[in-house]
Design a protein around this ligand. Structure first.
Ligand code: UGA
Length: 427
């Protein structure tokens, strides 16, 4: 069994740490936020991720938490970097947290492998290698081991991945990282460091492209009377295409896709290449979030003074994450149009959007409304008595825009709603 240090106690770091501890490794997690480390030591999980709390608890004996880099590095054979890489104003990834970790290794005397879990631009590995060498740290190896975990299913995605990607400069380092994953049944893709870095960016770009593709098909379905849900089913059954990531809706959000698309676009641009397709994918997504406003205006005319419920705020269900969530754009636009916005989510909060009133229950959100927008497909929305809800609305036939095609159009219309979905005929 190995000793693993994980830098960064965010979504990626905590899941990585918990899963490695579960495989039997000794794991120490380092972070710069004292309150985060204190919470973890007290047995609290600072983020909402199903299964993570249980896994941290079950493996308590093999997990420790520290604010001291030296303590984490001491005796560790693997130094996992799992810090944030947010976009900068230029669209490039901000690698300052990565460099802080790399620079803090200056005093490391024992051989170890730095393993990059954070999503970084292609070429980062080479730069880290140079910096390590410049500091006389030739005994520290380097590997890229990108993550493909999605929030809400991160623990399962880590434990049962489609593949494990390892890129290293030295075969021995790649072997060591592969050995660390013994117990996980998945093909291992060994690559050079640049290719491993690109696999991560390309995988996310492919998923985003599928979403923007199906969203554009949805928009054409609306104009031509086809139903995108049936279309996606029929298209997805083609084995060459497959059914995943063909759910039309109000666009993707989250901490990964928007940031990674910008980073890849910028990476290409910095190398003199205009990534036309990716630019279109990003633009389609931006427009898709705003189409809901047009749908509401078409039904209601001016939105000034209209009470509108936003149902679901997290960028997807089973997470409290609102980073780049479509709900933020929608809420901001609705407030700008003068609407009275009531927002509900079981775990996420959007306190920062000025003028939005967040309420605790779906009932409160739906009281006395002119319209409702289903933004995030939380399972609780299946439990709502929609007929009763329609009877409590202000409007006689309240408008319902189902931004995730979650509900049954026929039932919703029979329940008294002027129901519209994404890419499905209006009536
Ligand atoms: C995504 C990838 O799925 C992971 O493989 C990757 O590791 C991760 O980014 C990352 O780079 O760290 P995540 O952002 O957690 O994971 O969420 P997804 O489940 O992929 O959903 C992203 C967004 O796409 C959500 O807003 C979701 O509502 C939207 N989406 C997804 C659609 O609009 N349609 C679909 O068919 C699928």
């Amino acid at each position: 069994m190995s000793r693993v240090a994980v830098f960064g106690a965010g979504y990626v770091g905590l899941v990585t740490a918990a899963c490695f501890a579960d495989l039997g490794h000794e794991v120490v997690i380092a972070d710069i936020l004292p309150e985060r480390i204190a919470a973890l030591r007290a047995g609290e999980v600072p983020i909402y991720e199903p299964g993570l709390g249980g896994l941290l608890e079950q493996n308590r004996e093999r997990l420790s938490y520290t604010l001291e880099v030296a303590e984490a590095v001491d005796g560790a054979e693997f130094l996992y970097v799992a810090v944030g890489t947010p976009p900068t104003y230029s669209g490039d990834a901000d690698l300052s947290a990565v460099w802080t970790v790399v620079d803090s290794l200056a005093g490391a005397t024992d051989p170890a492998v730095v393993v990059m879990k954070s999503t970084v631009p292609v070429g980062t590995g080479v730069k880290v290698r140079h910096r390590l060498d410049a500091r006389g740290l030739q005994h520290i190896g380097y590997a890229s081991n990108p993550e493909f975990t999605a929030e809400g299913t991160a623990v399962r995605d880590f434990q049962q991945p489609d593949r494990i990607v390892i890129g290293a400069f030295a075969d021995a380092d790649a072997d060591a990282v592969a050995a660390l994953h013994v117990g996980i049944d998945a093909p291992i893709v060994r690559a050079d460091v640049a290719s491993a870095e690109m696999i991560k960016l390309a995988a996310n770009a492919a998923l985003m492209t599928r979403i923007s593709f199906i969203n554009e098909i949805a928009n054409v379905c609306e104009a031509t009377g086809a139903d995108v849900v049936r279309v996606a089913e029929g298209v997805g059954l083609d084995r060459r295409i497959g059914p995943s990531f063909l759910r039309a809706g109000i666009g993707y959000g989250g901490s990964c896709f928007p940031k990674d698309s910008l980073a890849l676009k910028q990476l290409a641009a910095n190398s003199g290449y205009h990534f036309q397709l990716l630019n279109a994918v990003i633009e389609v997504n931006e427009l898709q979030k705003r189409r809901v406003i047009g749908k509401l205006q078409q039904r209601l005319g001016s939105l000034r003074g209209r009470r509108i419920a936003l149902l679901g705020l997290a960028f997807k269900p089973n997470t409290d994450d609102i980073r780049e969530a479509p709900s933020l754009v929608l809420a901001g636009r609705l407030v700008a149009e003068g609407a009275d916005v009531r927002a509900w989510d079981p775990v996420a909060r959007i306190d920062d959007v000025h003028g939005v009133r967040q309420v605790e229950t779906i009932d409160e959100a739906l009281a006395e409304i002119d319209a409702a927008v289903l933004v995030t497909e939380w399972p609780a929305l299946h439990e709502v008595d929609w007929r009763l809800a329609a009877s409590k609305a202000k409007a006689e036939e309240p408008v319902f825009v189902d931004g995730r095609n979650m509900l049954d159009p026929k039932l919703m219309r029979e329940s008294g709603w002027a129901y519209e979905a994404i890419g499905r005929a209006a009536q």
